[in-house]
Write a protein of this length. Structure first.
Length: 318
């Protein structure tokens, strides 16, 4: 039987349509609980043509700040045979990597993917992991400089950080080095799990610092309301890593733009679902950093923004 040219064309179009209608499964694995990042990732993917319920389905797994749950959650995504796994932070992509050597894994903001062993190289990751790195530990020093500018009398600062996560540990070390240069004493507030916050808050109340720095990671992000409330109750000027803290009433944040990070991470997923190999895609770092200030909180603390900070602010929340 011979097909006419028109029939061949129609057949080809039909096959093409079937290919474009394939629905991919995208796994999302995080050490924390449900975080706003998942929404910005969804928006960034939508801009690239990937719409939930149409050509992608999300499989979300949250460890709720219990790191011991990550291996089993990663194994669940592997058993579901998802097409790609997106994983924020450092602990989640590490767990995913240990669970599979074949399913592509996209880091959406790993602290130090090299030192932690998530990838062997930034330029040539190899294997099945690539994505976005937040390997900018010098942010610890920049945040102290901003606080010192805002609170000139600051001589003692508390740093709240997740000691179970390699990236906050690196930022804390950098904060200590910067504090020595600035002549500031550092009070370490270490948390390793959800039950540690209350105890560290009490420690800070007994030995009140002049200001507070909160190092970003999935767990501190999930506890942002409690942290912001603690800072307000103690009248502590505080600086955070993500704008979500400022949206919740925190004083100011300085760090990578999450919308920029989500856009970069979504680009990896887009390329992989279209056939690219993760090991061939170099790891990228955020290109946009933003300083955001909550003027209402500054006013409540009796603080006025000095000219240097006013000149650098990217967004003011009234």
């Amino acid at each position: 039987m011979f097909l006419t040219a028109g029939a061949v064309t129609a057949s080809s179009l039909g096959a093409s349509a079937q290919q474009t209608e394939k629905v991919f499964r995208v796994g999302f694995l995080t050490a924390g609980a449900n975080i706003p990042e998942i929404h910005s990732l969804g928006d960034a993917l939508r801009e690239l043509g990937w719409v939930e319920g149409k050509n992608i389905l999300w499989e979300r797994r949250y460890a709720d700040n219990h790191l011991d749950r990550l291996p089993e959650l990663a194994a669940e995504l592997v058993r579901l045979k998802v097409d790609v796994i997106m994983a924020p932070g450092t602990s989640a992509p590490l767990a995913a990597k240990r669970a599979t050597a074949t399913i592509p894994i996209v880091m959406t903001g790993a602290g130090d993917p090299l030192e932690s062993g998530v990838v062997d190289s930034l330029a040539r990751p190899g294997g099945n992991v690539t994505g976005v790195s937040l390997m900018v530990t010098e942010l610890g020093g920049k945040r102290l400089e901003l606080l010192k500018e805002l609170v000139p009398h600051m001589s003692r600062v508390a740093v709240l950080w997740n000691a179970a996560n390699p990236y906050p540990a690196a930022v804390f070390r950098e904060s200590e080095r910067a504090a020595q240069t600035l002549g500031i004493d550092v009070q370490s507030l270490e948390v390793r799990g959800p039950d540690d916050f209350a105890g560290e808050f009490e420690t800070a109340k007994r030995q009140p610092p002049d200001a507070l720095v909160v190092v970003e990671d999935p767990m501190t992000m999930n506890f942002r309301d409690q942290i912001v409330d603690f800072a307000a109750a103690c009248r502590l000027p505080a600086i955070y890593g993500f704008r979500f803290f400022v949206d919740a009433g925190g004083l100011m944040s300085y760090g990578a733009s999450l919308s920029d990070t989500s856009r970069l991470a979504a680009g990896y997923v887009d390329k992989i679902l279209r056939g690219a190999q993760p090991g061939d895609l170099p790891v990228e770092q955020p290109t946009k950093f933003e300083l955001i200030v909550n003027l209402k909180t500054a006013s409540a603390l009796g603080l006025e923004l000095p000219p240097m900070i006013r000149a650098r602010v990217d967004e003011v929340i009234e």
